[in-house]
Design a protein around this ligand. Sequence first.
Ligand SMILES: [Zn+2]
Length: 258
Amino acid sequence: MQTETVGDGTPDLAVVACLHGDEQCGKSAIGNLMAERPTFDRAVQFVVANEAAVAANVRFVDEDLNRAFPGNPDGDTYESRLAAELLAELRDRRVLDLHSTHSHPVPFALVDGLDETRRNLVRATGLDRVVDIGHIPGGLISHVAGVAVECGYVGTATAERNAERILRNFLGATGALDVPFEESDPEVYRVTGAVTGREYEFVGQNFERVEAGETFARRDGEELHADDPFYPVLMSTEGYDEMVGFSAERLGRLSEVG
Ligand SMILES: [Zn+2]
């Protein structure tokens, strides 16, 4: 991993890019910010996580790093060892974890649970939607107090611009940078299940309700219908090998959700 700490003292904030090596919007955003040599009012650690995967422009080398936490210093895979190393660095930090996606062009946040710390991190992104993904085994934000953000479509200039805007907003809201920021009261979605299966074409829209009986994915003339209404999140044709994505319920605004 590549890491740089700015500001005075021991950081309690960290910004992580490239848990997935082919999602480089966060790395660009950090690079653009640092090029301005801003003055930090509190310490922040910046991390580019999977350098080997970044160099090869692939999601991972041996296994998905964001399914490998807590990892093992003597693990069999590069990502298992890297996950252990990252967690040792990030364990006591509040983390912003920047990603890009195949599922949805408009940025949204992801959390595991909504305690007060995570609520504040979500507000600090300034975004209009947050998905409580619950505990998906091996994810970084299930092992630290963190918020992940999907900044837009993988490999696009729009995702890079979004990542930079979200990064600046987050650092403003957390008091690390003296810049304008907005704290949001996003719509909360909670994952209720996964839709598994290979090579489906997703034909719905993420965050748009699928009604009972409606077709939301198909392959070779076979169609998947909703048994009950749900909201698709992180659903895509290309995103996962073994899965279409997740089904969720919509709970209301963050300020209204207990
Ligand atoms: Zn990712």
